[in-house]
Structure formats: structure tokens, C-alpha cells
Write a protein that binds this ligand. Structure first.
Ligand SMILES: Nc1ncnc2c1ncn2[C@@H]1O[C@H](COP(=O)(O)OP(=O)(O)OP(=O)(O)O)[C@@H](O)[C@H]1O
Length: 243
């Protein structure tokens, strides 16, 4: 359903993502793993339609959505690395604003809002101003905004950021349930355990290039850790390798 075809993007005069090709099927959970600056957020921003590739194509259900931004808004739910919030709007007002941007209104919007508030245990905070939320509560609001319109593709940039261990467990369960219902999920992280806990496939990025793309099994942690460090240490100084 999602296809990246030889995608390249420069940022501040340097290559951030280079010649990246990937495919994602409905119901798949792909972990995008990489060290700081590997190109994960740039990749996810392009998939979410917020950044244009310099070269290459991104297709969703066969359509090049760069020419059809409304398709991305309807089909994709995106939790950016730093989900923007309007401090003076309440949690419920945020959800209403996001819903309207995606064409929801009236009873359909109210039903979607109440469902997502319940699913993310945000009901007690519905009237609280976003400026008064903790970091973890903000992250859950960002997730709620991404889920509100039942996207076919969920793009999560470091979704476990700022969440407590209970909420991390709830997030993993939620992602698995969504995938079981057919939603494709792509999530970025630099934490290996996030990948082995929830993903069924992992792509490792380093210096903007794809170095590994393969399945994840529950007993894979040690092998995957070895592969990750092998890739992450490419180009590192001998002192850094020995550390
Ligand atoms: N807003 C920006 N302006 C200029 N360069 C940027 C910007 N954001 C990222 N970059 C550069 O693009 C490259 C890839 O960064 P990106 O944020 O995609 O990596 P990442 O893997 O998500 O890193 P992290 O784990 O630290 O979030 C880096 O060299 C980074 O310095």
C-alpha cells in the first residue's frame, strides 16, 4: 500500500535521505531504526506529505499523493517527533480541529472524538488546556490526533517519547490491535527494544541510507543488536568503536 521509490532528500545542503526504496503492506508494523541524525524523521515527514523528496516517488495505494495532499490527510495519521499543540485549546478542541481538517463534522466527528479519547484514556483530560498537559499527556494527545480519522497508514515518530512504562505497554498493545485490523504502521525509534517488542519488520537507516530490511522475531534481540551496532559504528573512530 505504501511504496518509496529511490527517494532522496537534502537538508541544509547535506544529504539526509539517499536513494531509499521501501514497501509496506496493510497490517504490517515496520520499525525504522537508526542513531541520531540517521534520517528517520526526514523519511517519516516525507511519507506524511510534510516534506517533498528532491528525487524519487512516494505512492500510497498506487497514487502519487504529493500531487494530491487531501489523499495524505485522509489516509495517513502522523505523529511528528514534536507534535505541535496550541496551548490555548483544550484536548477536545484539538481533536475537533484535527477532525475538521480531515473532513469530519457533526455526529461523525463527535463519535470519533469520544472513541479516541476513550481509547487513549484521555477522557478525564478532555477539557484541559493543552498548555497545561505533561509531556506524556501531550504525546497521547498527538497520538489521538493521528488516530482520530481511522487512517490506513499510521506514521509514528518516536511514539514512546515521554511515555511512562504503563503507557508504553498500552501503546504497544494499541499498535498491535490496529495492525491486526489492517492498518499499516511505520514507527521510528533509536531504541532496539521498541522494535523487538512490537514490529514484525525492521529497516535500519544510517547516514540516510538503508542498510538492512528484514523480519523481526521475538528471539531476535541479540542478532539485531549486533547488526545495529555493526551498522551504527561504520565510519566511527577506533576510540568510539572500543568504547
Ligand atoms: N530542520 C532541519 N534543518 C536542517 N537540517 C536538518 C533538519 N532536520 C534534520 N536535519 C538534518 O537531516 C539529517 C537527518 O536528520 P533526521 O532528523 O531525519 O534524523 P533522525 O534519524 O530522525 O535523528 P533523531 O533520532 O536525532 O531524531 C541530519 O543530518 C540532520 O542534521
Amino acid at each position: 500500500m505504501l511504496q518509496l521509490d529511490h527517494v532522496t532528500r537534502h537538508r541544509a545542503g547535506r544529504v539526509a535521505v539517499q536513494d531509499l526504496s521501501l514497501e509496506l503492506a496493510p497490517g504490517q508494523i515496520l520499525g525504522l531504526l537508526g542513531v541520531n541524525g540517521a534520517g528517520k524523521s526526514t523519511t517519516l515527514s516525507m511519507i506524511a506529505g510534510a516534506l517533498r523528496p528532491d528525487r524519487g516517488a512516494i505512492r500510497l495505494n498506487g497514487e502519487d499523493f504529493l500531487e494530491q495532499p487531501e489523499l495524505a490527510r485522509r489516509l495517513i495519521g502522523w505523529l511528528p517527533e514534536r507534535a505541535p499543540v496550541w496551548p490555548e485549546l483544550s484536548v477536545a478542541e484539538h481533536l475537533d480541529a484535527h477532525g475538521r481538517l480531515r473532513g469530519l463534522g457533526g455526529t461523525a466527528l463527535r463519535a470519533a472524538r469520544e472513541a479516541v479519547l476513550a481509547r487513549l484514556e484521555l477522557q478525564p483530560l478532555a477539557r484541559r488546556l493543552a498548555g497545561m498537559l505533561s509531556q506524556g499527556q501531550r504525546q497521547r494527545l498527538g497520538l489521538a490526533c493521528a488516530l482520530l480519522h481511522h487512517p490506513t497508514l499510521l506514521v509514528l515518530d518516536e511514539p514512546a517519547n515521554a511515555l511512562d512504562p504503563v503507557q508504553v505497554g498500552a501503546l504497544r498493545k494499541l499498535v498491535r490491535e490496529l495492525a491486526k485490523a489492517g492498518t499499516a504502521v511505520i514507527l521510528s525509534t533509536h531504541v532496539l527494544v521498541e522494535v523487538t517488542a512490537v514490529c514484525d519488520r525492521v529497516a535500519i537507516l544510517h547516514d540516510g541510507r538503508l542498510h538492512h530490511d528484514g523480519p523481526v522475531r521475538a528471539d531476535d534481540h541479540a542478532a539485531l543488536e549486533h547488526r545495529f551496532f555493526e551498522i551504527a559504528m561504520q565510519g566511527a573512530t577506533p576510540a568510539a568503536r572500543a568504547a
